[in-house]
Structures are given as C-alpha cells and as structure tokens.
Design a protein around this ligand. Structure first.
Ligand code: GDP
Length: 195
C-alpha cells in the first residue's frame, strides 16, 4: 500500500465526535508502550504522525487518521497503565465500549502485543472481548528485532496459545526498527478493509 496522504481528522474524547461518513476503518489497540505509535508511523511511512511514548494519565482520545481519502486508522488509547486513576480507567472503558459496540465502519482490529513477553491479563481480556464482539483481529507481535529468530518463533507459539488465537486471525511478527512484517501487516489490513 502506498500512503499518499495521512492526516489526523480528529482526536475524539466523546462518541459524538467520531467522524461520520462511509470510510471503512481499522482500529489499533494495545498496552501502553507496546509500540503502537511506532507501528502506525512505520506502516504509514510517517516520521511522527502518531506520537510515540505518550505521557499516560492525560485525556484519553481515539485518534482518527484519514488515509489516501479511502479509509481510517483509529488509534485507540493504550490500556494497562497502572498509574491512571479509577476514574480515568472507567472513562476509557466507556469510550471503548461505545466505539467497539456501535461503530458500523469498523472492519477489524490490530491488537499489538510485545513479542518478548507472555500476553498479559489485559491482552487476553482485550482479545476475548473483541472476539465476543465478533471482530476480526490481526495480532501484531512488536519489537521482533529485540530477540533472536529462534526465540521469535517460540514466542509466537506462546502468544497464539495464551491468547487462544482463532484460526482465522493472522499473527504478524513485526519490527519498527527493521521494517520486518510491514508488507504482511498491510496485506492483512487491506484484506480486513476491502477484502
Ligand atoms: P506506544 O506507547 O504503544 O505508542 O509505544 P511507542 O511506539 O511509543 O514505543 C514505546 C518504546 O518502544 C519506544 O521507546 C520505541 O522506540 C520502542 N519501540 C517501539 N517499537 C519498537 C521496535 O519494533 N523495536 C525496538 N527496538 N523498539 C521499539
């Protein structure tokens, strides 16, 4: 996929700010610090469209990016950051629920996990919850450059097993450092959007 245009449409803190219109969209979700901003910037070939290492604890928004005037990427706030207050976590939960339960344009979700670690309880809850809502999920295992090839394959098996990944959901090994997995991620995202 050649990205000609990628622009932030809106940072939505409320459901009535979600942009209307027919564009199909893919949402991107994962724990804070998993490499979600780096993934977005890498596959869109933009230096800093999505902000990396966002400071947690400030207003959580769903960031809608319009790509090539054809589809949306929706950057979902990172979950699992221990230091946010209960009030913030509840607000985050409500916004997520509204988005994932009502958004008709949504065609699939990229769930990012760190290839070096076992999926966390939050990762498992998120995957189960998305499947409960019958979403297509593309699992992206980030930071592949940080471990050896042998370890990568071992960890992929652990991730598939622990998340209990459905046979129809792809798992993509990815590195924003080397670009590994970029083409495969695009194929899967295009398939979800237009397939
Ligand atoms: P986010 O909080 O999920 O948006 O995570 P970021 O994209 O901000 O990444 C968190 C940290 O991990 C940053 O220091 C990134 O430079 C680093 N990082 C992200 N992806 C990779 C990767 O594929 N390889 C390596 N080596 N570091 C990465």
């Amino acid at each position: 996929m050649k990205v000609i245009e990628a622009d932030l449409v809106i940072s939505a803190g409320r459901a009535d700010q979600f942009p209307p219109g027919p564009f199909p969209e893919v949402a991107l979700s994962g724990r804070s610090n998993v490499g979600k901003s780096s993934f977005i910037n890498t596959i869109l070939a933009r230096k800093a469209l999505a902000r990396t290492s966002q400071r947690p604890g400030k207003t959580q928004t769903l960031n809608f990016y319009k790509i090539n005037d054809r589809f949306h990427f929706v950057d979902v706030p990172g979950y699992g950051y221990a230091k946010v207050s209960k009030k913030e976590r509840d607000a985050w939960g409500r916004l997520m629920e509204t988005y994932f339960e009502t958004r008709e344009q949504l065609r699939g979700v990229v769930l990012l996990v760190d290839v070096r670690h076992k999926p966390t309880e939050d990762d498992r809850m998120m995957y189960d919850w998305l499947k409960h809502h019958e979403q297509k999920v593309i699992v992206v295992a980030t930071k592949a450059d940080k471990i050896s090839k042998g370890k990568q394959q071992k960890q992929l098996a652990v991730i598939k097993r622990d998340l209990d990944v459905s046979p129809e959901d792809p798992v993509v090994l990815f590195s924003s450092e080397t670009g590994l997995g970029k083409d495969k991620a695009w194929r899967e995202i295009s398939d979800a959007l237009f397939g």
